[in-house]
Ligand binder design. Structure first.
Ligand code: ASP
Length: 308
């Protein structure tokens, strides 16, 4: 039986390495089955609720596509037309949705640690689709799944995580998931004011070798993966701080052409100005593949959580 059956998926720290590798293999198997049959019947009769209280494109859509490909049904909560506008609280809203008995609920909310706060009040297993700047565990699954597929392994790799490491939730979850593997080196590449949060370093201490640097040029040729992230504009308290930092790091083809060895380039997307579309034509550009991998790994996770 799946060790994830009925579990809330809250943090990338909660996974065992064997569970992660099992999900990677299952995602590959589902990819094959979906390409052969289109729609499968593992989740027939099951219902997933998607409740996104912050904007989303890839996470919500890939969960919805994944559930439909597994043969299940999706009910989407439409925030703009809901009673949240009348002042209903997020907790009441979630209790109401839970009362309709979804088999699994995918939740995005802006407050850090909100999913663990409400998990005890909600019967359905909750999958954290992003809790503010804190974590995005299923993004980390698709990120490491992409690395595993592209480079054939995860152990022993050197990964540069660049950009807004302070307000971003993907750098924290990615670091946590990488910490389940052996002999990992992470370079955190960011201006000092955007460097990785202390609590993230505390959680990976002793499990990963890490360095904090301001500039990517000096480390580029050491990297197997360069993971670029955007500045999280919506989380800046002071808009002038965003304007000051805007454009402080950028990857384009001209910049990359200076190096003898270019790592694979990843990005959780959306990109804004930090990753030039000219890079898309390089064989090392993997971010569209990465987004697509999200559907398969999320299908694997849903299947395991449902226990079907
Ligand atoms: N899509 C990712 C997230 O939801 C990355 C981003 O928004 O910058 O965190």
């Amino acid at each position: 039986m799946s060790s994830l059956k009925g579990k809330d998926i809250i943090s990338a720290l909660q996974f065992e390495r064997a569970e992660v590798e099992g999900l990677f293999r299952l995602a590959d198997q589902l990819r094959k089955e979906i390409s052969e049959k289109g729609v499968l019947d593992y989740a027939k009769g099951k219902v997933m609720a998607t409740v996104f209280l912050e904007p989303s494109t890839r996470t919500k859509l890939s969960f919805q596509f994944a559930m439909v490909r597994l043969g299940g049904e999706v009910i989407d909560f439409e925030v703009s037309a809901s009673s949240l506008a009348k002042g209903e609280t997020d907790i009441d809203t979630l209790k109401i949705i839970d009362g309709y008995d979804p088999d699994v609920m995918v939740l995005r909310q802006k407050k850090p640690h909100f999913p663990e706060e409400i998990a005890g009040m909600i019967k359905a297993p909750i999958i954290n689709g992003g809790d503010g700047p804190n974590e995005h565990p299923t993004q980390a699954l698709l990120d490491v799944y992409t690395i595993w597929r592209e480079l054939g392994k995860v152990d022993g790799l050197t990964i540069g995580i660049m950009g807004d490491l302070k307000y971003g939730r993907t750098p924290s979850s990615l670091s946590y998931l990488l910490s389940k593997f052996n002999d990992i080196t992470i370079y955190y590449i960011a201006p000092d004011v955007l460097q990785i949060r202390e609590e993230v370093l505390k959680n990976i201490e002793g499990k990963v070798t890490y360095h904090q640097v301001n500039d990517v040029s000096g480390v580029m040729e050491k990297l197997d993966v360069l993971y670029v992230t955007r500045l999280q504009k919506e989380r800046f308290k002071d808009p002038s701080e965003y304007e000051r930092l805007k454009g402080s790091y950028k990857i384009d083809k001209e910049f990359l052409s200076k190096f003898k060895r270019i790592p694979i380039i990843m990005h959780p997307l959306p990109r804004v100005w930090e990753l030039d579309p000219g890079v898309d034509e390089l064989p090392q550009a993997k971010y569209f593949e990465q987004a697509k991998n999200g559907m398969y790994i999320r299908a694997a996770l849903i299947k395991e959580v449902l226990g079907v």
